[in-house]
Design a protein around this ligand. Structure first.
Ligand SMILES: N[C@@H](CCC(=O)N[C@@H](CS)C(=O)NCC(=O)O)C(=O)O
Length: 194
């Protein structure tokens, strides 16, 4: 979001579960956000704050129904996307082996119909319009794109995503934006913009 708005920012790492972590996020999750004396957590709140505080291209539609669709998608992505795509598929498939654990293949298999449903619903939306909430990019697209990038790191994701042409096209468009490369999670731990 900061990259899309063209604003300077610093990415800081915290030790997960530390006092410093709970100081910025009282539920011990990510992300947390600080701007001067303002401290925020929850992605949607942070996104609205960034968009409405700084100059730069708008990240929320003015049209009422497009804005409503944006919030619908933010909710869908935050609830069902995070659950099916990340917690049920990507985390067991990617993180479990890194921790020396064997992924629960039955659980992963059970996630797949839900992952497919998610992509089916997104595909139907993206066949009608270029972005989730209309003809212009919005916070909803910016929240979904890292989830799809993560799912594409799994063999299941690489099999499923190409079956949804509109989602695949949308992802390619999003991944070609400079903000995608600039905000990629493999960046160094601490980044200070010029
Ligand atoms: N509703 C929160 C979700 C926060 C969330 O679950 N964040 C994930 C990372 S994107 C996390 O902190 N996971 C680690 C954990 O649950 O221990 C938001 O939208 O910011």
């Amino acid at each position: 979001m900061c990259e899309e708005k063209g604003i300077d920012y610093i990415v800081e790492r915290v030790n997960f579960g530390s006092d410093a972590h709970f100081e910025i996020h009282p539920f011990g999750k990510l992300p947390g956000f600080r701007h001067g004396n303002i401290k925020l957590y929850e992605t949607v709140a942070i996104g609205v704050y960034i968009d409405e505080t700084f100059e730069g291209p708008p990240l929320q539609p003015l049209d009422k129904m497009a804005r409503v669709q944006m919030f619908q998608w933010l909710s869908v992505v935050g609830d069902y996307g995070a659950q099916y795509l990340i917690r049920e598929l990507a985390l067991p498939r990617i993180v479990a082996p890194l921790q020396g654990e064997t992924p629960d293949e039955d659980a992963i298999r059970e996630s797949l119909p839900k992952v497919e449903r998610f992509f089916g619903v997104a595909d139907a939306a993206l066949r009608e319009r270029a972005y989730l909430a209309g003809p212009e990019i919005s916070l909803a697209d910016l929240v979904l794109v890292p989830m799809i990038a993560t799912v594409l790191q799994t063999p299941e994701g690489r099999d499923i995503v190409p079956r949804f042409a509109a989602v695949e096209h949308w992802f390619e468009t999003m991944a070609a934006r400079p903000s995608f490369a600039a905000a990629h999670p493999r960046r160094p731990a601490r980044i200070e913009a010029a």
